[in-house]
Design a protein around this ligand. Structure first.
Ligand code: F3S
Length: 410
């Protein structure tokens, strides 16, 4: 790889031991992917942040960098914490687990991370613009910023994310290169001229993630004007059921104003048609059981926006969550504070809905509750819950999740 003079200096240790180590790791990573050079990034986002997935080894990595005096060179945000950062005891987080999570928190504070604890750094002051290079982990966020904003990031991995934050560089390969961003597979929407319903966006995303694998799709024929929250949910599901990091949505993705722009010099190597039957079949695949008792309704994956909390409050107003069912909503601290100011926090608590902050159902230790069946409106959660939470899962619209929480069954 060809390095600039500044990068050479970092590699030689002129900016300290931590930056030297980070640069060595990035050069190795670049060589592995055939990168010719490093590209400067304006921000980094770190997934090596939740004890549930990084275990003791991950805690030690964070502490080792912090002990070396590491300081982030570009704004560096954190993925959600492995527990509710304020009310972790109320969510039955074991003390020993909490102690490890707090060690991770202390290490990142020392390194100067932005303590955002969310999978939505782009909605939390770190919004990249069209064409901007960033180095982010968190698959749902990477798929969103590539596909909706036209920013550029590969799906970076744990540890590499820290190195990117410390150096402000990432190897230039994959989605940082224009020629690697052109479409390869045509996806034709064949559902008449109707608009997708909100709950169908994660279903479509789930299908695309599974079907496209690592190929770049170009979705043509989406009608209407999807909301940011719908696209957020779609991208999270797409990046969960497959390795997807970019899908062009004609008329939405900045590089896909028209179909031909998205393909550039490429000819589609395959055509996939999405029909009513595709959506119906995919929705069925997103459930491991058809019905029965619901122990937990969990929404907010990715983290709920204030508009989604507002909608939820409208749906549950004047009702009561069933006695043996838990109903949890995951969101950021900022949205939680807003919900408090607007009276939603209290109103939801009165009907039995709890707001959990800066964590989520997949990365906090919810096994301690012994839930058997979880219901969600999230395609990403539907994909991971059986593995991460050890539960059966039922996917449904937000409205259906509310009905299940009220009756305690589906
Ligand atoms: Fe975010 Fe947790 Fe879902 S990190 S995307 S809420 S799995």
């Amino acid at each position: 790889m060809i390095l600039t003079r500044e990068e050479e200096a970092m590699l030689l240790g002129e900016e300290g031991e931590a930056v030297k180590l980070a640069m060595e790791i990035l050069v190795m990573e670049g060589d592995k992917f055939g990168a010719k050079r490093l590209v400067p990034v304006t921000s980094a986002h770190i997934v090596l942040a939740m004890y549930k997935s990084i275990f003791e080894a991950g805690v030690e990595v964070c502490e080792k960098f912090a002990a070396m005096g590491a300081k982030f060179r570009v704004p560096t945000t954190l993925d959600p914490s492995g527990m509710d950062t304020e009310n972790w005891r109320a969510f039955k987080t074991p003390d020993e687990y909490a102690e490890k999570q707090l060690r991770i928190q202390a290490a990142y504070e020392k390194m100067g991370a932005i303590m955002s604890w969310t999978c939505l750094p782009h909605f939390m002051g770190s919004m990249p613009r069209f064409g901007e290079h960033v180095g982010w982990t968190e698959s749902s966020a990477v798929a969103f910023i590539n596909s909706v904003l036209g920013a550029r990031s590969n799906r970076e991995t744990a540890v590499i994310d820290i190195c990117i934050g410390l150096t402000g560089r990432t190897p230039e390969y994959g989605l940082h290169l224009t020629e690697s961003r052109y479409g390869q597979v045509a996806v034709v929407m064949d559902i008449g001229d109707r608009e997708l319903k909100s709950w169908e966006y994660p279903v479509l995303g789930y299908f695309l993630g599974k079907e496209l694998g690592s190929l770049i799709g170009v979705v043509d024929g989406l009608t209407g004007s999807p909301k940011m929250d719908e696209l957020k949910s779609m991208m999270a599901a797409a990046a969960a059921s497959g390795p997807l990091a970019l899908v062009h949505l004609v008329g939405i993705t900045p590089e896909a104003r028209v179909r031909q722009d998205a393909f550039g010099p490429n000819k589609p190597i395959r055509v996939i048609t999405v029909t009513e039957e595709t959506l119906k079949k995919t929705r069925a695949e997103m459930c491991t059981v058809k019905g029965g008792r619901i122990d937990l309704v969990a929404v907010g994956c990715p983290h709920y926006s204030i508009a989604e909390i507002q909608n939820l409050n409208r749906l549950v107003a004047g009702r009561k969550v069933a006695a043996n069912t838990e109903f949890w909503v995951y969101t950021t601290k900022q949205v939680r504070d807003l919900a408090e100011r607007m009276g939603y926090y209290r109103a939801l608590a009165e009907v039995g809905v709890k707001i959990a902050t800066e964590t989520c159902m997949l990365i906090s230790p919810i096994e301690t509750w012994g839930f058997k069946t979880l219901m969600t409106d999230s395609g990403k959660c539907a994909y991971y819950a059986p593995m991460q939470c050890g539960t059966d899962v039922i996917f449904g619209s937000t409205e259906e999740c509310v009905e299940a929480a009220i009756s305690g069954r589906v």
